[in-house]
Design a protein around this ligand. Sequence first.
Ligand code: RB5
Length: 160
Amino acid sequence: MAEQTFAVAIGSDHAGYPLKEKIKAHLLELGYFVKDFGTCNEERCDYPLYGEAVGKAVASGEYGRGILVCGTGVGISIAANKVHGVRAVCCSEPYSALLSRQHNDSNILAMGARVVGDGLAFMIVDAWLLGKYEGGRHQNRLDQIAHIEATETENTEFFM
Ligand code: RB5
C-alpha cells in the first residue's frame, strides 16, 4: 500500500450518516488517519454545521483532505465552499472526482447518499484520493479563484 501523506476529515448529516460510516471504514482499511466530525446517528440535523466543521478543518491545514456526505451532496458542499480556502466538489462518478484533483486541486469531496450506491461511492473516493494536482496551466486559474475570494470580502464590506 502507498504511504499515506495526509489525514482525512469526514462529516455528514443524518441522510449521509450510514454512507459516511462505510466510507470511514474504507479509509481506515486503506491506512488513512480519519477524524470524524459527525453526525453520529440518523437523527435529523442540519448539514451546514458539518460542511463548516470539515471545511474549517481542511482550510486550517490540520487535515489534508475532507469528505462530506448528505442526501445529495449538494447542500453540504455549498456550505463547505463558504469557508475560504475550500475547493469542495460534489461528485457522483469517478471521472469528475479524479479531474477535480488534477485540474482544480479539490480539497473536499462531497457525495449524495441518495444518489450513489456504496460501491460507486468507494470508486469515487479511491479515484479522488489517488488523483494528483497537475499544477502548470491550472495554477493561474486557482489563483483567480483565490482572488475572487479575497476581493469578495472587500466588496461585501463596501455594501454594508
Ligand atoms: C436532508 O433531507 C437533505 O436535504 C440533505 O441531506 C441534503 O440533500 C441537502 O442538500
